[in-house]
Design a protein around this ligand. Structure first.
Ligand code: FES
Length: 294
């Protein structure tokens, strides 16, 4: 909270962002809206421009969302970000007038013809908005504990099937993986067939139905990281941990896996140890990191 309070955002922008945060607090199903905002600020900062083509943003979201248990093919949260909060405007690629009106924004064919950008009064806030998103994302993930499976079920049972994905994610956070007993409890509470739940766990690579290590080591192997040497990192890790990609060490300490873009391509190659992101890695740095862990 400290950082959130200290960020000097334009007051009107701050009010809209806080409204978004309150909405996500009240309804975790709205977390994907925050994810789209996060994706926008990453892309805009990386390209050093506030204007991001909608198609590029949607592509980035679809490549990175699964890592967070979010359906990246659903553009509705992105549109909600544009229409429910007065933060962005859409600018036609042919140079026409910008559109900020929510009713008009709803009707635009964004993917083909538009880029989006922060409204002019907020464009100087881009870097601070990014810091806000990162801090808010962390705050929400830290406070999003159901405490117990019963707490998770109590929260999501009333919404039934549409609460399935967040219920699975939160249940997994309790134990680190989803046992059959947990899945059966979710199926009964949310009244969703167990076969459908297994369909969801099979689809999302980061929902685990087998025990996993206490800490995940996730190495990005998307193109920029691959070109910067991510395969050498994976090779070193496999040799040090005695596991193959996707496996867990014998002592249950680590699970190693490769993942798509983590959104920090400018600092490739990139890997995550648990929730900590490490950039500009080399095999030596990653070995030192592993050796420094208790
Ligand atoms: S390719 Fe984007 S972080 Fe690795």
């Amino acid at each position: 909270m400290g950082l959130l309070k200290r960020l000097r955002l334009t007051p009107e922008l701050k009010a809209e962002l806080e409204r978004l945060r309150d909405d996500v607090h009240a309804d975790p199903n709205k977390l994907p809206i925050l994810f789209w905002l996060r994706a926008y600020t990453i892309l805009a900062l990386e390209r050093d421009t506030v204007a991001v083509r909608w198609a590029k943003l949607a592509g980035f979201v679809s490549r990175t969302a699964r890592e967070f248990g979010i359906n990246g093919l659903d553009h509705a949260p992105g549109r909600a970000l544009l229409t429910a909060y007065q933060i962005f405007q859409a600018v036609p690629l042919d140079g026409g007038a910008a559109v900020a009106d929510a009713a008009q924004l709803r009707t635009l064919d964004l993917g083909r013809d538009y880029q989006i950008e922060l409204r002019p009064a907020y464009q100087k806030d881009l870097a601070r908005a990014h810091d806000w998103v990162v801090a808010t994302w962390t705050e929400l993930s830290e406070t999003k504990d159901g405490g117990t499976l019963a707490g998770v079920l109590a929260r999501w049972a009333p919404v039934g099937q549409s609460g399935l994905l967040p219920a699975l994610i939160e249940a997994q956070e309790l134990e680190g993986w989803l046992s059959r007993e947990t899945l059966v409890a979710i199926a009964q509470s949310l009244q969703v067939p167990l076969s459908q739940i297994y369909g969801v766990t099979d689809f999302y690579a980061h929902l685990y139905t087998q025990p996993v290590g206490k800490t995940f080591i996730r190495v990005c192997d998307d193109v920029p990281c691959y070109l910067a040497g991510s395969s050498d990192l994976l090779h070193r890790l496999k040799n040090m941990l005695w596991v193959r990609d996707g496996e867990t060490t014998e002592d249950g300490a680590y699970t190693l896996e490769h993942v798509p873009c983590l959104g920090h391509c400018a600092d490739a190659p990139v890997a995550m140890f648990g929730r900590m992101l490490h950039t500009q890695l080399t095999p030596e740095k990653i070995a030192a990191l592993l050796n420094s862990k208790p």
